[in-house]
Design a protein around this ligand. Structure first.
Ligand SMILES: [Zn+2]
Length: 180
């Protein structure tokens, strides 16, 4: 397993559900993949969890976090389900640190097995919510219609369109080698 495989899995899922425009309907995809998404009041610092029990998969999402964050959490847990679970019994609990890890250069934590899974789930989530083809499409539309916009405004507009945080979009653009 690697991040490139995680990204490929995300694109396969988008293709399967014929997603051709932003924002990516993450709740709808979860439903179609038979993943129950429920609000779950975790202790603080927990954003989400994946619980697979007797072939029934549930994603618990912290209801106190904002929509953008919740979307990323659902996509991240979906990544664990598709990439790491055995589809019958699995448990992943994600604290805020893990979900933020995509946005940092993880120098504090060593690259252990669990960390690798978190990196893969984050790569999956970023690719699912901000697929390259849609980012490029929207970027083209925005750049065409607003020549006077600066990079910061374009990133903000893209983030709004994809319903992701500005930080997540900034990171994604850098990752794709696209200037905002
Ligand atoms: Zn995770």
């Amino acid at each position: 397993m690697s991040t490139s495989k995680a990204i490929k899995a995300a694109y396969t899922l988008l293709e399967k559900h014929k997603i051709k425009s932003a924002p990516v309907p993450i709740q709808k995809i979860a439903k179609l993949e038979k993943l129950n998404v429920i609000p779950y009041d975790f202790s603080t610092n927990v954003s989400g969890a994946l619980i697979v029990e007797n072939d029934i998969a549930t994603i618990g999402v912290n209801p106190f976090e904002n929509t953008k964050r919740k979307r990323f959490t659902i996509a991240h847990e979906m990544g664990h389900f598709i990439l790491h679970s055995n589809r019958s019994n699995s448990l992943f609990v994600d604290n805020t640190t893990f979900l933020n890890s995509e946005l940092h250069f993880r120098n504090e934590v060593s690259s252990q097995g669990e960390d690798k899974k978190e990196i893969e789930a984050n790569a999956f989530a970023a690719a699912l919510l901000m697929p390259k083809f849609l980012v490029e499409k929207e970027l083209k539309i925005i750049s065409k219609s607003s020549k006077s916009y600066n990079d910061e405004l374009i990133v903000k507009q893209l983030a709004k369109k994809f319903v992701v945080s500005v930080v997540a979009m900034t990171f994604r653009l850098a990752n794709l080698g696209i200037r905002g």
